[in-house]
Design a protein around this ligand. Structure first.
Ligand code: DUC
Ligand code: ZN
Ligand code: ZN
Length: 470
């Protein structure tokens, strides 16, 4: 399967790269018989959290070894997790730290995004431009969470740096005031179970924040990715922005296609299904599928945010929904879930599957054509799928100790996975040295190039010969 078409041919690999694509290639030193199977580009997961402190200061259950092993088992061969700056942190120290964590443990290749919580002068004028030059061409900002959120003025500062220096801004778009106000009421009236988390994160709070970030991004003419979009209203806001020609990209995740708020409504155990934004209802799931089909949603990522019981219920039975770590694991099952419910049911085509799980991630985040496709000269990152293999999900290889998709029977499975030509996972066994994964410095992509379109007020300033340097 190349990016556009299904072809029957041999894949020749030399020095970790795809060297030839043709039927009847002469014998190599090692051969893998993929007859009856599908050879797809390895997945690129552009949104996952690994060995990261959450906004609440809780450490992820996965380190770079367990996360990348889990990814490989699920057919993903590249990840782009976050280096998280918390308030008061120096960005350059944060970066050094994450490089150190990943270098000795990752078994597949990885890039980094930054999380910016402290956009002070040092960060904006020095550390961000330096990080961008070093190939970290995207960063995430939050519109909610006491310890992470940026004010609109700070968001504009970050967008302006991204525009000038060539980076893409990912946005967690939820209205902080609406969530905090509702949560305060819930806690006061002793409604503290996980299910109230889904009540406080209303669909209106997602839609309002998306509309606001679109307006902010339009003011400075800066492309954005709205991550983990979960609602009909949020998707519609993105669709409208795109219809006006703006570069607004949407992302959704397995939890919004395959879970609902009912999963959270099961007493304390519901904590294991809590993420932000929360899963919604069947109508929202349908809207996510439609968004993936019509382009309002551009990529499908895991938002793997792995926490075990200690992270989810740090105070045991007394933990309120405001104290649980937010997030669900998904690195390993992201592709098999979409294959089962998307490709195997005929809901999406195989090229759409490859685009949503690999190609568009690589294109959007500056890794294409090295990653995300099978083409001569690309890294030989391949997932060989058995479309008939049926697997009853019990446990995955991450360190959370659970999966929200337990008990589902999935059809279609990546049985052999190669990273730069080396088999890293095969028939349920990992076969990769710790630290073999390489850091990927990313190039500027088309996605991050501004439109060159000014809002009328900025254009007016130019006409008056008092232009504003964005
Ligand atoms: N946002 C994420 O992207 N992941 C986990 C939690 C959150 O708020
Ligand atoms: Zn988020
Ligand atoms: Zn996330």
């Amino acid at each position: 399967m190349t990016t556009h078409e299904l072809v029957q041919c041999d894949v020749g690999i030399r020095d970790g790269l795809v060297a030839a694509l043709a039927p009847g290639l002469s014998a190599g030193l090692r051969e893998i018989d993929a007859c009856g199977r599908l050879v797809l580009p390895g997945g690129v997961d552009s949104h996952c959290h690994v060995e990261q402190l959450s906004s609440f200061g809780i450490m992820c259950a996965d380190d770079f070894y367990s996360a990348t092993v889990s990814a490989a088992f699920g057919g993903t061969t590249t990840i782009i997790p976050f280096c998280a700056q918390h308030r008061g942190d120096s960005l350059s120290e944060v970066l050094t730290d994450y490089h150190e964590r990943a270098r000795s443990k990752a078994v597949i290749d990885y890039g980094f995004h930054l999380i910016i919580a402290n956009p002070d002068e040092q960060t904006l004028a020095h550390d961000l431009p330096a990080a961008i030059k070093a190939g970290i061409r995207s960063f995430k900002i939050f519109m909610t969470y006491d310890r992470m959120r940026l004010a609109d003025e700070q968001i504009l500062d970050v967008l302006a740096v991204a525009r000038r220096q060539g980076a893409l801004v990912m946005v967690h778009a939820e209205n902080h005031g609406m969530i905090t106000w509702l949560a305060g009421r819930m806690i006061k009236s002793d409604n503290t179970l996980p299910r109230y988390h889904a009540i406080c994160h209303t669909r209106g709070s997602e839609a309002e924040a998306i509309q606001r970030i679109v307006a902010l991004a339009e003011l400075v003419d800066c492309p954005i990715v709205v991550v983990h979009v979960s609602t009909i209203e949020g998707i519609e806001a993105i669709r409208q922005a795109r219809a006006r020609g703006l570069k607004v990209f949407g992302e959704t995740c397995p939890q919004y296609l395959f879970l609902t708020a009912k999963d959270i409504d099961q007493g304390l155990a519901g904590a294991m299904f809590c993420c932000s934004p929360p899963p919604r209802d069947e109508a929202a799931q349908e809207a996510c599928w439609r968004g993936l089909k019509d382009g309002a949603l551009h990529v499908y990522s895991s938002d793997h945010a792995p926490y075990g019981r200690e992270g989810k219920l740090p105070k045991g039975g007394k933990t309120t929904f405001k104290e649980m770590a937010n997030g669900v694991p998904g690195l390993e099952l992201r592709l098999p879930l979409l294959y089962t419910y998307g490709v195997a049911t005929g809901r999406i085509s195989l090229p759409e599957f490859v685009n949503l799980t690999a190609t568009r991630h690589a294109q959007t985040y500056g890794l294409y054509p090295r990653k995300g496709t099978i083409a001569v000269g690309s890294d030989a990152d391949l997932a060989i799928w058995d479309p008939e293999k049926s697997v009853l999900i019990a446990q995955t290889h991450d360190r959370t100790g659970y999966t929200p998709y337990k008990g589902r029977r999935l059809k279609g499975w990546p049985t052999t996975v190669l990273s730069r030509g080396e088999v890293v996972a095969d028939a349920g066994k990992v076969n990769a040295e710790r630290g073999r994964g390489r850091f990927l410095a990313r190039e500027p992509s088309d996605a991050l190039r501004p439109l060159g379109r000014e809002v009328p007020e900025i254009a007016q300033l130019k006409a008056w010969k008092t232009p504003l340097e964005l």
